[in-house]
Design a protein. Structure first.
Length: 121
């Protein structure tokens, strides 16, 4: 089984790619062609839809960067990890935890995302 850490690193590369072309390449490197992402705000599959969800998050939080919190924990084809969304001032108003399943080539097949901390409305 490919490294969970490598898969999660590619995942963060995709979420942090701000250029459209770079984002498309990062999504293709991170997810299988039919890969999916589901969280309380989105339920999409396929590279174009994944890239669009990432672009929308970047529009909502301009200048923010996703970074891992703690270590990746995994077994078989499944891993879990936590993350936070960091503002240019260093604050992290959004945090969550994701569970991923991997394909045999080490790319992500599914993501189930949970929001652990969100800004007050």
């Amino acid at each position: 089984m490919p490294s969970y850490d490598d898969a999660v690193a590619r995942y963060f590369d995709a979420w942090n790619a701000t250029d459209g072309e770079a984002r498309a390449k990062a999504v293709a490197a991170a997810w299988t062609d039919d890969g999916s992402y589901t969280d309380p705000l989105a339920d999409v599959s396929g590279h174009e839809a994944l890239a669009a969800v990432i672009a929308a998050a970047q529009e909502q939080f301009p200048g923010f960067v996703f970074r891992p919190l703690g270590t990746v924990d995994g077994h078989h084809d499944t891993a879990r990890f936590s993350w936070e969304l960091v503002a240019p001032d260093g604050s992290a108003p959004v945090a969550g935890s994701d569970v991923i399943t991997l394909a045999g080539d080490g790319r992500i097949r599914t993501v189930l995302g949970f929001l652990d901390r969100v800004p007050a409305a």
